[in-house]
Design a binder for this molecule. Structure first.
Ligand SMILES: *Cc1c(COP(=O)(O)O)cnc(C)c1O
Length: 426
């Protein structure tokens, strides 16, 4: 990224439309694209020429978004897809085979814990969960079948922060990629590739779009991993039977993972992003920097206010002086630690549930990263499929309330929490 963040957020991937001069990125609402002739069609299908065939694989509106996100993350390429969860499967797919595993952080979005501990087993894949603050535990968990380490930069729901350079060094030693879910931080607060990550995934559903209108995801590739350095990644390094023996890494070099994600991942798994969703996300990203500044400012003020209130037992925000993650946050996340955190209310489970019902400005929804403030009781919703031990390990115990602090006037948010706390603890 040679230009500043906000300039890139507005301009990357979005020159005036070559056909019409339209200044904003048009929604190319089309399924197919006319071939110039039979040779052109054959070249496209053979991956000898890059172009548009069919919108399950590529679409110009989605391509603009891919370029923009790749630029913001400092990646070689990016592949958008239908959701954040789709992005996780799309990221793992080229790396994994039956019998292989990943090592994942214990501090993850609840749906990701379920996807990794249950669903991926049907593909013959598995996950081992470790506390990534314990480097020795991480090293011990990696075995000959491990194909990736997975973590969140800022983690859901506690707003904890991961020491990405430390984890990336361990991944490097093991010769495997580090995948970072950067949903909560966004590239405004954290650029995992600069800290040594190989792949970055996002739920675009959250801050990137920023207004609760789109379900989308993306996988960004750093282009820096040597897929041919070992025989661990045959999908990328060995001849691909579905493309007449094409070798992705040899042919596409630092774009191997991106091309594989489109030519195999989207082609055969079909988890495509639609052009209208891509357009909304492009609009959202234009204001990402401004929004993230306000999310961070508001969240810090709300967390500080809650922490000094006798009706509150504990606040997890990594921006607070009391947080065990404050030093890591200052070192690696100097612009702030986002808008999401949890707190424990005096009165436990019952008071937590009452509080959620009494809030007026905070909407009770299973989402985060919206311009408006949101609240949820994780243990009875997003983390419901987890055991109580898994809930506690993920920072979502039964007495915990999660806030996604929006960009409204912070005094109004505090007033709303004040009245709801009074009702909940009366
Ligand atoms: C929401 C979320 C996901 C899943 O994204 P979807 O777009 O809902 O599929 C993954 N990781 C994190 C950190 C999330 O917040």
């Amino acid at each position: 990224m040679t230009q500043g963040f906000d300039t890139t957020a507005i301009h990357a991937g979005a020159a005036a439309d070559p056909a019409t001069g339209a200044r904003q990125v048009p929604i190319y609402q089309t399924t197919a694209y006319a071939f110039r002739d039979a040779d052109h069609a054959a070249a496209l299908f053979n991956l000898q020429e890059v172009g548009y065939i069919y919108s399950r694989l590529t679409n110009p509106t989605v391509a603009a978004l891919q370029s923009r996100i790749a630029a913001l993350e400092g990646g070689a390429g990016a592949v958008c897809c239908s959701s954040g969860h789709a992005a996780q499967i799309l990221a793992l797919f080229p790396l994994m085979e039956p019998g292989r595993n990943i090592v994942a952080s214990t501090r993850l979005y609840g749906g990701t814990v379920t996807q990794f501990s249950q669903t991926i087993r049907r593909f013959g894949w598995s996950a081992k969960f470790v506390d990534l603050d314990d480097p020795q535990a991480l090293r011990d968990a990696i075995d000959d079948d491990t194909r990736a380490i997975f973590c969140e930069s800022i983690s859901n729901p506690g707003g904890y922060v991961t020491d990405i350079p430390a984890v990336a060094a361990i991944a490097d030693d093991a010769g495997i990629p580090l995948i970072v879910d950067n949903t909560l931080a966004t590239p405004y607060l954290c650029r995992p590739i600069e800290m040594g990550a190989t792949l970055v995934v996002h739920s675009l559903t959250k801050y990137m779009t920023g207004n609760g209108t789109v379900t989308g995801g993306v996988v960004v590739d750093s282009g820096k991993f040597d897929w041919s350095a070992s025989d661990k990644f045959p999908s990328l390094s060995a001849p691909e039977p579905a493309y007449h023996g094409l070798q992705f890494h040899k042919t596409f070099d630092n774009l191997a993972f991106t091309f594989h994600g489109i030519a195999i991942g989207l082609r055969d798994l079909g988890m495509t992003m639609n052009p209208q969703g891509a357009h909304y996300t492009l609009m959202g990203i234009e204001t990402l920097g401004l929004r993230m500044q306000r999310h961070c400012e508001n969240a810090l003020k709300v967390a500080q206010w809650l922490e000094q209130d006798p009706r509150v037992v504990k606040v997890t925000y990594a921006g607070l002086e009391s947080s065990p993650w404050k030093a890591t946050a200052d070192r690696l996340y100097p612009k702030g630690v986002g808008g999401l955190f949890t707190f424990e209310i005096a009165g436990g489970y019952q008071a937590a549930v009452k509080l959620v019902g009494a809030l007026e400005l905070f909407s009770h929804v299973a989402n985060l990263g919206d311009a408006r403030s949101l609240v949820i009781h994780s243990a009875s919703t997003t983390h419901r499929q987890l055991t109580e031990d898994q809930q506690r390990a993920a920072g979502a115990g039964p007495e915990v309330v999660r806030l996604s602090v929006g960009i409204e006037d912070v005094a109004d948010l505090i007033a709303d929490l004040d009245q709801a706390l009074a009702k909940a603890t009366a």
